[in-house]
Design a protein around this ligand. Sequence first.
Ligand SMILES: [Zn+2]
Length: 348
Amino acid sequence: MAQPRVDDLLRRLLVQCAPEQAVTAADIATGYRSGLVVTGPKPRHTVRHLRRTGYAGPILCDAGRYSGSHPLRAGAGLRGAWTAEQHDLGLVALTDSGYLSPGDWPGLHRLLADARGHPPPLLVTLPLGAGWFAVPAWIDRLVATLNNARLPVAVAVVGESFATRYVTRGLVRLLTVTVPVVLLRSDIGALGAVCHGAHAGALATTSGLFVPALLGHHRPAVLARIVERTPGLADLWPCGCPECGGGVPGDLSPDGIYRHSLHAQLALGDRLLSARRDLTAMTGAWRAQCEQALSVHEEIADLMPPWPVPPALRWWRDAQPPSVGASVPRQNSYDASDRRERIDRRTS
Ligand SMILES: [Zn+2]
């Protein structure tokens, strides 16, 4: 197999899953511009199995040492053996970083220093406590630190969902960095992030039924109630994925719900990211998608009070990328074209 490159991940909506879901996820991801993030401390067997059975798309392995009831702290540093194993498996290595509590600058510097000693290709995993995003000055300092370090990174937001205004805002601000950023463990917000300049983003939501017109996951019983109560919106619900075959997703098994949800999100990703040479067009397409979903939610709220309109859609719609202040490292080979786009957007 050819040497894997961080570049291979550009503008991909990835599927993050446990090893036991990997075969299903790979089967679906193959049909789209996607890839896998396998979560767990022992991914070797899963990766080998996926390759043996012909899955040729990108795979990343998230060791997940930063999560769980006793998360490792970032100050513990990185294990060279983990990075070496990823390379041995033919993968871009995601470092096995510990948790970065808000403002843990020594931990951040430890991760970056350790990563400098590991061979490429690699992404420095930054499991950021949500509190990092609450302080714009921290995000700006983080951007400056990462620009200086010139190592591609993978960010996971730990401890809060994306349904938090400051996380969405802070993330969009963070995405002005000049190094590639892969967003791990997200929901459909991963697509929003890629549309705002993230290198790639990973979908990790595993429960609920993804409803494209609502841009979110809902319980099947809730969708059934909406369908019944809003006859005027009937065109919005049928799904063309292989699970639904043009019908309204209804009587699906839990596995069928998972498969439908992946198909529906990845199809949306392919549609929005098809203009992937043009970041401005992607940001506009994502905003329009949020706007459309908001108007559907508002119509449902009129017919089915007190339907909660998800505020995250408004935050994404209104997120303003700040102007790019940092200089562009020309010798940065992994995605110079991407950086130029960002500069173009600033000046247009
Ligand atoms: Zn479907």
